[in-house]
Write a protein that binds this ligand. Structure first.
Ligand SMILES: NC(=O)c1ccc[n+]([C@@H]2O[C@H](COP(=O)([O-])OP(=O)(O)OC[C@H]3O[C@@H](n4cnc5c(N)ncnc54)[C@H](O)[C@@H]3O)[C@@H](O)[C@H]2O)c1
Ligand SMILES: [Zn+2]
Length: 510
């Protein structure tokens, strides 16, 4: 993995690049310098004599070449990742850090420097303002952003800290797993597995989309079972397919299953691991946001029956979870947004600061964010490994959410249904007096700002009502809910009167 430094002119890419390279003991590639060397003239000359398109072509070549290498610090030109194909080639396997700074800081750094072909045509301040305006969407679109207003030395430290690996060790031996979180960990998968004492053969289980998307980063020499993508693969037939392949491949009880994919793959491969020869060891490599912060953690594995989701399963925790945020780079936007509903759920259950940060910035994806969301789940599963009490809080948003999914004939994404469920359950919480007025609106605003739905206008209230009553958490004549009392605190086992439920459903369906 390389570290690519990107950002507007004056954000300090080259200087910070030199500092970082020295600090990490890695070679530095300054893309502008390579372009200049390759064309035998200064960048300003290339622009003047050959034109910007010629410059961009050489720049794109250099970017792709460096993306094919490893262990470098790369300082990019300020326009290098405007091109989608170049950006995709770089982001596929490498950490891209977008350097931010206030316009005044950028101006101060740029003053007195002449080699800025795109900023030379107008007074500097005006030219910079226009360029920032034009490129705001691009510079603001990177999840990993580091501010440089407090100096490039400090920023270099912050970038270096992104390369440190974090380990979250479960405190309950019944769960026992270690979560390794860090950029580029996918490249270290084999040493990580072996370091934990997991034994060969390592059998990769993944799905077709993930195999295609992450191909350059997956170990090539491991035996691999690839299932069709999506919930339709989470069934006993696929468990059979996996187990037959393991037998044919000579797998015995000492080997290890390595599930690389979203929650479908981890539930399915984890269940195969729980049952193949009465149980083999396994590791999870989550590649969706949902799997990273939720599905891979806590040891619930299972498959669906015609009669319903997750009807067959086992508690069988993976021993190792390898979470590499770079794996999320190829995740379709709709899946990322859908996963955000579970992030918000975790924040409401147990991390007020995460919730407030999302409200202020609407971006998620830093190592701190991921760790915070993971910690909510790990703390709960450690306190209740077999789902006998406390773990029920993770159902927040899901009682109504599952009903929405079912009433829509599963045409709506799980995360979208959970988002609607979170709002509905906050409305119910206000109605029964568990939460103060305003919580549902606040939640609704946040979810909407993240691109998630907060109502279900097209649903029939009657179907939703029926689906809710079919929910298994019905006791006696009333449904029991997990309800938010405020951000960061939830109550479980709250009985809700029918008329309150009906009112919430009516509001939900508009
Ligand atoms: N065991 C648990 O505790 C638990 C908790 C929550 C959810 N789950 C289960 O998780 C499942 C949902 O998981 P999900 O949302 O991750 O769905 P998923 O596994 O179906 O993945 C979503 C889609 O993204 C694709 N994909 C995955 N990673 C990708 C990547 N890096 N690049 C490109 N495409 C990629 C997949 O092929 C799939 O098409 C459900 O079955 C749910 O029941 C389990
Ligand atoms: Zn869920």
């Amino acid at each position: 993995m390389n570290v690519f430094l990107y950002g507007p002119p004056g954000s300090g890419k080259s200087t910070l690049g030199r500092m970082l390279a020295a600090r990490l003991g890695r070679p530095l590639v300054d893309v502008d310098a390579v372009v200049a060397a390759r064309s035998g003239k200064s960048i300003a000359q290339v622009f003047r004599e050959d034109g910007e398109p010629a410059f961009r072509r050489i720049e794109a070549d250099v970017c792709r070449e460096t993306a094919g290498k490893d262990g470098l610090v790369v300082a990019l030109g300020a326009g290098a990742l405007m091109d989608r194909a170049t950006r995709a080639a770089v982001e596929r396997r490498h950490l891209v850090v977008s350097l931010d700074a206030r316009p005044e800081t950028l101006l101060a750094r740029l003053n007195g420097k002449s080699e800025r072909p795109l900023l030379n045509k107008k007074p500097l301040e005006e030219a910079l303002r226009l360029l920032l305006q034009e490129r705001a969407g691009v510079y603001g679109s990177f999840t990993v952003r580091v501010g440089t207003d407090d100096g490039l030395g400090r920023a270099a430290e912050n970038v270096a800290s992104l390369l440190e690996k974090r380990v979250l060790q479960s405190s309950n031996p019944r769960i026992g797993h270690a979560i390794h979180l860090g950029y580029g960990l996918l490249e270290e998968l084999l040493p990580l597995l072996e370091g934990l004492g997991l034994r060969q053969p390592f059998w990769l289980v993944t799905d077709e989309n993930v195999a295609r998307a992450l191909e350059p980063g997956l170990p090539h020499d491991l035996p691999r079972i690839v299932v069709p993508p999506g919930e339709r693969s989470k069934n006993l037939r696929q468990v059979g397919v996996i187990c037959e392949r393991l037998v044919d491949g000579g797998m015995d009880r000492s080997g290890t299953i390595v599930a690389v994919g979203g929650g479908v793959v981890s539930d399915l491969a984890g269940f195969a691991a729980a049952t193949f020869m009465r149980g083999v060891r396994w590791a999870a490599v989550p590649t969706t946001l949902l799997a990273m912060i939720d599905a891979s953690i806590g040891g619930k594995t299972g498959v669906d029956l015609q009669a319903g989701k997750n009807m067959i399963g086992a508690f069988h925790p993976p021993e190792l979870i390898v979470a590499d945020p770079l794996a999320l780079g190829t995740l379709p936007e709709v899946e990322r947004v859908s996963g955000m509903a579970e992030v918000v759920k975790h924040a409401i259950i147990g991390n007020t600061r995460l919730f407030e940060r999302l409200e202020q910035q609407h971006v998620f994806g830093s190592l701190d964010d991921l760790e915070n969301a993971m910690r909510v789940k790990t703390a709960i599963v450690d306190s209740d490994p077999f789902d006998r009490g406390e773990r029920e809080v993770l159902n927040l948003g899901h009682t109504v959410g599952h009903a929405v999914e079912s009433a829509s004939g599963y045409s709506i994404r799980h995360g979208e249904a959970v988002s609607i469920g979170l709002v509905a359950e906050a409305i119910i919480a206000e109605e029964v007096g568990v939460a103060g007025t305003g919580l549902a609106d606040r939640l609704s605003r946040l979810l909407a700002s993240l691109g998630l739905p907060t109502s279900h206008q097209t649903a029939s209230p009657e179907r939703l009502r029926r689906a809710l009553w079919a929910d298994k958490k019905k006791t006696g004549k009333r449904l029991r809910f997990v309800l938010p009392s405020e951000v960061g605190r939830v109550l479980r086992g709250v009985e809700v009167p029918d008329e309150v439920l009906d009112g919430a459903i009516a509001r939900l369906c508009g």
